[in-house]
Design a protein around this ligand. Structure first.
Ligand code: HAM
Length: 428
């Protein structure tokens, strides 16, 4: 191809972002903190493929959901003709892996994963086409204490991240399938009585999934939704007991929550408990984590009945929130080694390795240049000091230490043989 368009610089796909080195430390800080908290509760890491057979998502997330109807990146495998999809979420893949490897055969399992998910949504702040989730699942647990455990775990994560004052908790129960069937009928009757004032989306959802009408963000629909029958009033005895149990555990943990009877979630596999942690600091995309119980999913994917619950948190939204609250996590080497001349270059190379052996972070200058330009790079890289090895130092087997952050601190000369001990002393 020789046309000009084919030679112009290529850009990332719309809605799919690069995470550059200046932004990455906050991501790593968040992921490390989350991992630590998840491990505290006994959750173990697993990783699944990013591509799965399309029917996995259709059968789990549900045909009448926005995700399956219009947001999936689906393509045909060129050789086999099989329909494949870039995962829009992680739960379906985890349950597929659990069934395939008989993960819960001997005992229930607490697992977590993180990574990219793909949804063809309209990109805006906090909403992307490739986004990243922290995903936590408890597989094979029936009681409400596990639902509560995951909510409390998130509260601990917010505290560890300094975000506890920016987020609030909403919970609801959407009952068991029979309760929901009755509720569906009640909703269908109610919304049919007001068919003329339904918007187009809601008219469509009335026959496919009337529960999703409750999720509508259209302001014109809100008064009608306000007065719709409430799921909580239709719960069967078992779902009611489960919800009371969840509330009891949350109360005993001293956690504040709002019961939001309109919280239905956008994926079809849920039953009983659903919850979301929301913030008002990010505009329209304010849900930072959401999840719930999905006791029927194993069976609908061909597995044995296995009660389970889980949640996912959006990493981009949490990073935005961390930034919003003024947090940063910049990383920089302790020392930047500058050098001049062949003998000094060879010595500097060895010295950098020796210092790294001793556990220090050292950036070694590469690419030549004057002392002045090397010092500029040392400063821009954020190091605490420069270690200078020019011809004199190489001859005397010393380095000159020049402080880059502590103004007023005199430069000093340190013998190379004593440098590890000196660095260890100043690094604390
Ligand atoms: P979800 O509510 O679809 O649930 O997504 C969970 C979180 O992922 C959202 O609260 C949000 O923070 C983030 N998120 C979703 N879509 C986007 C997007 N386009 N851009 C940026 N962030 C986004 C699930 O995915 C379920 N699998 C959660 C779960 C796990 N339920 C049980 N286990």
């Amino acid at each position: 191809m020789t046309d000009t368009a084919s030679q112009s610089a290529l850009q990332a796909v719309r809605g799919m972002n690069d995470i550059l080195p200046d932004e990455a430390p906050l991501w790593l800080y968040l992921e490390d903190t989350a991992r630590r908290v998840f491990e505290q509760y006994g959750y173990r890491f697993l990783r699944m493929p990013i591509v799965e057979p399309t029917p996995l998502f259709v059968r789990s997330i549900g045909e009448a959901t926005d995700v399956v109807e219009k947001e999936m990146y689906t393509f045909e495998d060129k050789l086999s003709g099989e329909s494949l999809t870039l995962r829009p979420e992680a739960t379906a893949g985890i349950v597929r892996a659990s069934i395939q490897h008989n993960l819960t055969y001997e005992r229930p399992q607490r697992v977590w994963t993180h990574g990219p998910m793909f949804r063809h949504e309209r990109p805006q702040k906090g909403r992307y086409r490739q986004f990243h989730q922290l995903d936590v699942e408890a597989l094979g647990f029936a009681g409400p204490e596990v639902d509560a455990e995951q909510i409390v775990l998130l509260a601990r994560l917010w505290k560890a991240l300094g975000l506890e004052s920016c987020v609030t908790l909403k919970i609801n129960s959407i009952g068991d399938p029979t309760d929901r069937h009755a509720y569906r009928e009640a909703l269908t009757t109610y919304f049919s009585q007001h068919f003329d004032i339904l918007d187009d989306d809601s008219k469509r959802r009335l026959s496919t999934n009337p529960l999703r009408i409750l999720d509508s963000k259209n302001p014109a629909m809100q008064p009608l939704i306000e007065n719709a029958p409430r799921m909580l009033d239709q719960l069967g005895a078992e779902a009611c007991t489960h919800f009371d149990g969840l509330r009891k555990w949350l109360d005993s943990a001293g956690l504040a929550y709002e019961i939001d009877s309109r919280l239905v979630r956008g994926l079809d596999y849920y039953n009983r408990s659903v919850f979301e942690w929301v913030t008002d600091r990010l505009g329209a995309q304010g849900t930072v984590a959401g999840g719930g119980r999905y006791d029927g999913l194993y069976e609908s994917l061909g597995g044995k009945p296995t009660p389970a619950c889980g949640f996912a948190a959006g990493i981009e939204r949490l990073v935005l929130l961390l930034r919003e609250t003024g947090q940063s996590a910049a990383t920089a080497p302790l020392a930047y080694l500058v050098h001049q001349g062949d003998a000094a270059a060879a010595l500097a190379w060895q010295l950098a390795e020796t210092l790294r052996d001793a556990g220090h972070d050292v950036a070694l200058h590469a690419g030549g240049g004057s002392m002045k330009s090397q010092m500029k790079k040392a400063d821009a890289g954020g190091a605490r000091f420069a270690l200078i090895l020019a011809e004199d130092e190489a001859r005397d087997r010393t380095v000159t230490v020049k402080w880059l952050r502590e103004t007023g601190r005199e430069q000093q000369t340190v013998p190379i043989d004593g440098l590890v001990a000196w660095l260890t002393a100043v690094a604390v």
